[in-house]
Design a protein around this ligand. Structure first.
Ligand code: SF4
Length: 64
């Protein structure tokens, strides 16, 4: 199953959290975002894809 992931290029801009706060969260200690819950519904997947598109450094991927 495909999963959203965040690589270490994240610059902690918070854009993904603003797009999909039920799925992305900032780890302020490490200065990166992380996934708190993978999307399950089509709507949730679309929301996470918006977050992926909003990422300025293409840190978010959607892979198996
Ligand atoms: S949008 Fe990209 S760079 Fe910004 S916090 Fe999310 S993963 Fe990091």
């Amino acid at each position: 199953m495909k999963k959203f992931q965040i690589d270490d290029q994240c610059i902690a801009c918070n854009a993904c959290v603003q797009e999909a706060e039920e799925h992305f969260k900032m780890n302020d200690d490490q200065g990166v975002a992380f996934i708190i819950r993978q999307p399950e519904t089509v709507t949730e997947i679309e929301r996470c894809q918006l977050a992926m598109a909003a990422c300025p450094v293409e840190s978010i991927t959607f892979n198996s």
